[in-house]
Design a binder for this molecule. Structure first.
Ligand SMILES: Cc1cc2nc3c(=O)[nH]c(=O)nc-3n(C[C@H](O)[C@H](O)[C@H](O)COP(=O)(O)OP(=O)(O)OC[C@H]3O[C@@H](n4cnc5c(N)ncnc54)[C@H](O)[C@@H]3O)c2cc1C
Length: 552
């Protein structure tokens, strides 16, 4: 039987698009099979904030940040905490990826027209020692144009290849099985789904109108993670993070269903580190949802006070933006699935950013004028103000007594006691007068403001939370929000998938979130952020190039 293409790519997300375009650039023919309609091309990356982990970049240097391969690798290893036999390939991927982030990554993207917002963000700041979790320096480079800006170069290359006949898209084609002949993966089979013009990101129908089978010399699985499937998330939830939350919101569309992972596993592929995942604790329910249970992650600056459901301040160093999984562990240990930020209007205005392309029309629309208002405006950015007035999790009051009673009313109990919160906030407020202090969160605020990027647009001038001049007071109920899958198919540096017997499965490759962003989990247990899109770029590129070479 003749092949339908040289290579089949399963998934039209970022990893799939990168792999496919590397294959067509090498002069080979590729079919991209995608269960959603054409309107959803780009997958999760379209919705993303477009944040990219880069090391020793011109943007960092311009802001006086001294970064290096050695410092970034030290941070990566301290964050990953690799400790298993199966971390062999993930560790190799991590080293190769940090080298990519310090080397080719920026120039490769730039040559395709990709551009970066000049103020570098500082995500996952840690708070432990030099060898512990977190970024020692700011490294989160936001794509000018956010998510759509990172998809665009690859979509353009794919459409060029479509034009010259080297690439074919099969939308509304859902893969249900891999075909294997004589031990080699040589095709796929699946269902043709009914056409559906649901808007991008909205759930589409799963009605089947036919079936299909396609053959090629190699198949690259780039089908994303499991974050949209809460049953799978709970099933894989690690004991070390406590009991799985009863209530979660979704940071990803429903197509991030993990179904293809089960299919490839069934065919013999080896899945490792399935208990490693990256979910956020600063999730808010979207007042204008696109996908089911749609939640948005707040990317907070360092100043909000953080309380658990019982009103106890989170312990040091679990301050906003420090250690996502540390916070998740703490919160699940309280027996409640939520926690609270308490802050002022001055803090929300300067420090709240919302992760997602649609929540950042200034950066997504590439408007310098609108973006400049982040630094100069009296209010918070319009999408944040919209959440403040319409979001189910936001409470705004002029005094603490009213705020606390509204917080209790929102959750329908009286767990929070005014005196308890007041004592803790007043104690913190007494630390504000001096630039040298005992409270480690206030120390962090002073430290952050030494970085010009934070001082400009991310960290409010230290002030008393209970100072009415900085009011009104704001409380935000924070939910657990599912997002990334850190484990995945074990692969070598070419993206070739290992079988359960420990040998490479000829013809099968994996890239992107489905491969744990490389190797089956290049992040280990935790991430430095901005490393997921980058992991799709790097693993998609490696798998695409290797598959193109292998098919001769
Ligand atoms: C709101 C948001 C903000 C984010 N912000 C950032 C950020 O700033 N920085 C960062 O690094 N990362 C960020 N991320 C994460 C990042 O966007 C994702 O991890 C990444 O885009 C995953 O890409 P992927 O190609 O591996 O998978 P996906 O984008 O999930 O694409 C997989 C595709 O495969 C298709 N598919 C699945 N199964 C099948 C099947 N059986 N048959 C056919 N097709 C199938 C799916 O429909 C989907 O289109 C963010 C994510 C979200 C949602």
């Amino acid at each position: 039987m003749a092949d339908d293409a040289d290579v089949i790519v399963v998934g039209g997300g970022l990893a799939g698009l990168v792999a496919a375009t590397e294959i067509t650039d090498a002069g080979k023919r590729v079919i991209v099979v995608e269960q959603e309609g054409e309107q959803s091309l780009g997958g999760q990356a379209f919705w993303s904030f477009g944040g990219l982990f880069l090391v020793d970049s011109p943007e960092q240097r311009r802001l006086g940040i001294k970064d290096s391969f050695e410092l970034a690798l030290q941070d990566w290893m301290g964050t990953a905490g690799f400790d298993r036999d199966e971390d062999l390939w993930p560790r190799r991927w991590a080293e190769a990826y940090v080298a990519f982030a310090v080397g080719e990554k920026r120039g490769w993207l730039r040559a395709m027209g990709h551009r970066i917002f000049p103020v570098v963000g500082w995500a996952e700041r840690g708070g432990y020692d030099a060898m512990g979790h977190g970024n020692s320096v700011p490294r989160f480079h936001v794509t000018w144009g956010t998510g759509p800006g990172i998809v665009a170069p690859f979509e353009r290359r794919a459409r060029d290849a479509l034009g010259n006949g080297n690439l074919v898209f099969k939308f509304r084609h859902r893969v249900d099985a891999l075909s294997i002949t004589g031990g080699t993966v040589d095709g796929i089979a699946g269902s043709i789904l009914a056409p559906d013009d649901a808007e991008r990101g909205k759930s589409s129908s799963r009605n089947i109108i036919g079936d299909f089978a396609l053959r090629a010399q190699a198949v690259i699985v780039a089908s994303g993670g499991i974050g949209g499937n809460h049953d799978l998330v709970r099933q894989n939830w690690p004991k070390r993070l406590g009991d799985p939350p009863k209530s979660m919101i979704s940071g990803v569309p429903e197509h991030v269903d993990g179904r293809m992972i089960g299919i490839a596993e069934q065919a013999g592929a080896r899945l490792i580190n399935r208990d490693r995942m990256w979910h956020y604790v600063e999730g808010i329910q979207n007042w204008s949802p696109i996908w089911p249970r749609h939640g948005i992650r707040i990317l907070p600056g360092p100043s909000p006070m953080w309380f658990d459901a019982t009103g106890k301040r989170l312990p040091s160093p679990l301050y906003p933006g420090s250690d996502t999984l540390g916070q998740l562990h703490y919160i699940t240990s309280t027996g409640y699935d939520y926690s609270w930020f308490v802050l002022t209007q001055s803090i929300i205005k300067k420090e709240f950013a919302l992760s997602g392309s649609e929540q950042n029309p200034d950066l997504t629309g590439k408007s310098w004028l609108m973006t400049a208002r982040r630094a100069t405006n009296k209010g918070a950015p319009a999408p944040v103000e919209a959440f403040k007035s319409r979001g189910a999790d936001f409470i705004v009051r002029d005094n603490l007594a009213d705020l606390v009673s509204a917080m209790n009313a929102l959750v329908g109990d009286d767990l929070l006691k005014l005196e308890h919160l007041k004592t803790q906030i007043e104690a913190r407020d007494r630390e504000i007068e001096n630039p040298f202090v005992k409270d480690t969160q206030v120390m962090n605020i002073h430290n952050a403001r030494k970085y010009i990027g934070d001082r400009l647009i991310r960290t409010a001038r230290p002030h008393r939370i209970l100072d009415p001049a900085h009011g009104p007071l704001i409380a935000v109920k924070l939910n657990i929000l599912t997002r990334k899958t850190l484990g995945g198919f074990e692969t070598d540096l070419d993206g070739r998938v290992f079988g359960r017997d420990g040998n490479i499965m000829p013809g099968l490759y994996a890239a992107g979130e489905t491969a744990g962003f490389g190797g089956g989990g290049m992040h280990g247990y935790r991430s430095l952020e901005g490393t997921f899109l980058g992991g799709c770029l790097f693993s998609g590129r490696n798998a695409g190039r290797a598959a193109a070479k292998a098919v001769g």
